[in-house]
Design a protein around this ligand. Structure first.
Ligand SMILES: Cc1ncc(COP(=O)(O)O)c(C=O)c1O
Length: 418
């Protein structure tokens, strides 16, 4: 008899477990109700909020959404996605970066759905995927749901640089027992650290990938959930050029999400995009992802797809969305700078941060991180404890609050050390 009455666990080890994020987020909300939002640092939210704590929604995107005709949202969309959307997504991912090979896309409900389909179609039950030790928690949940596992390498070396040695060791270890390995690299503006793989990091990744035996396959999934909130659009896409000339045993893919870049979080819109080296591999991608979609969510959100398609088919509209978003990207970058400058001043060491929604403070142990997370709540700071670190969402704190948090973390660390 298992631990459930009727539910079959099937590898989903977190069934019934308390949701850590929800727990601390509820505490923050309760404090806001008691003492007011000005006094509370709610840095648990994974969405961009304005300085008053309200969700930022791009009005240019909303205008397009509101202009849709009933048939644009009421009708079923094709399983793989509306054709105009699939074309738009290619531009959304690559912009002016020249692609090579065969580019295909398949709609997914958000980046989450894209990752789900990548894992479903390109790994076998029991396989391990590879990602870094600091990673977005749902990777594990998506894998467990499908009875796959996660192996991690150490993202940073002693100097806070990409740890090529650990990456190579863990990948080669997996390749000894699997003929194909899917890896997820979340860049730019990695969740939870804010790290961005540099072009040199990509050279190091490629050095390892190109040393893999041609008998073995690599599926390289780049999770670009925060791509449009990292900074300059073209600068942050330069790395894609380094993922265009792979041999036939390496298949690069992108998990595109409209959640952040188009503030369509709740509309569930994303895509899995592949740059296949051959027409056969591209066809397989289309066929397999369409079956995987059919078997999970079936048709996608047509209104969301139509909205993205219209934005990319109208230069004026696109310029409007980009201009509006740029204001917020700049705001987010100012928050990041405010936090890192304050951290330097008080001697707080964060994981190497470049851009994005989050900054993570690494600690020596999980227990210490848990204790600091609790202590911080005494100063009205609510942040998520992730392994041996505390993740601060600068996306949900004003610049002024970002300046204050590092000092409060030092205070909490000192209180815990006693
Ligand atoms: C690292 C990372 N990848 C992917 C996603 C996917 O988001 P969505 O499914 O809303 O597109 C998120 C969302 O928080 C994320 O943080």
């Amino acid at each position: 008899m298992g631990k459930f009455v009727m539910v079959q666990e099937n590898g989903r080890t977190t069934i019934g477990a308390p949701d850590k994020l929800f727990g601390v987020s509820s505490l923050a909300k309760a404090r806001i109700a008691e003492i007011g939002k000005e006094k509370v640092f709610d840095s648990t939210i994974g969405a961009l909020m304005d300085d008053e704590g309200e969700l930022i929604v791009l009005s240019s995107v909303v205008d397009v959404l509101k202009s849709l005709a009933p048939k644009d949202y009421a009708a079923y969309a094709p399983i793989s996605g509306v054709p105009a959307y699939l074309e738009a997504v290619k531009t959304a991912v690559f912009e002016d970066i020249e692609t090579k090979g065969f580019v295909e896309a398949c709609y997914a409900p958000g980046g989450t759905g894209a990752l789900r389909n990548a894992i479903s179609c390109y790994t076998q039950m029991g396989d391990s995927i590879l990602t870094s030790d600091w990673h977005w928690g749902p990777y594990k949940v998506i894998c467990a749901e499908q009875q796959r596992k996660v192996t991690t390498y150490t993202l940073f070396d002693e100097e806070g640089k990409f740890n090529q040695a650990s990456f190579a060791e863990k990948l080669n270890g997996l390749l000894e027992v699997q003929d194909q390995v899917l890896m997820i690299i979340n860049t730019p503006a990695h969740n939870p650290t804010g790290y961005t793989f540099t072009l040199e990091d990509w050279d190091k990744v490629n050095e390892v990938l190109l040393s893999v035996s041609p008998e073995k396959n690599i599926i390289l999934v780049v999770d670009i959930a925060y791509l449009d909130f990292a900074g300059d659009a073209m600068e942050y896409r330069q790395f894609m050029k380094k993922l265009m000339d792979y041999p036939e045993n390496i298949l690069p893919m992108y998990a595109f999400s409209a959640s952040k870049g188009f503030t369509m979080y709740g509309m569930r819109c994303g895509a899995l995009v592949c740059v296949a080296p051959t027409a056969e591999i591209a066809k397989e991608f289309k066929d397999a992802t369409s079956v995987a979609s059919r078997a999970s969510w079936s048709n996608g959100n047509r209104a969301a797809m139509e909205t993205i398609a219209r934005i990319f088919n109208d230069a004026e509209l696109k310029a409007k969305v980009t201009a509006e978003r740029t204001e917020y990207v700049n705001m987010l970058r100012r928050r990041g700078a405010a936090f890192t400058e304050a951290a330097d001043q008080v001697g707080l060491k964060a994981c190497p941060f470049d851009s994005g929604f989050f900054i993570t403070i690494p600690f020596e142990s999980i227990d210490f991180a848990e204790a600091v997370g609790k202590e911080l709540q005494k100063y009205e700071v609510f942040a998520v404890v992730l392994g041996a670190g505390v993740r601060v969402s600068i996306a949900s704190l004003s610049e002024e609050k970002c300046k204050q948090v590092p000092g409060l973390i030092i205070k909490a660390m000192e209180a815990v050390r006693g």
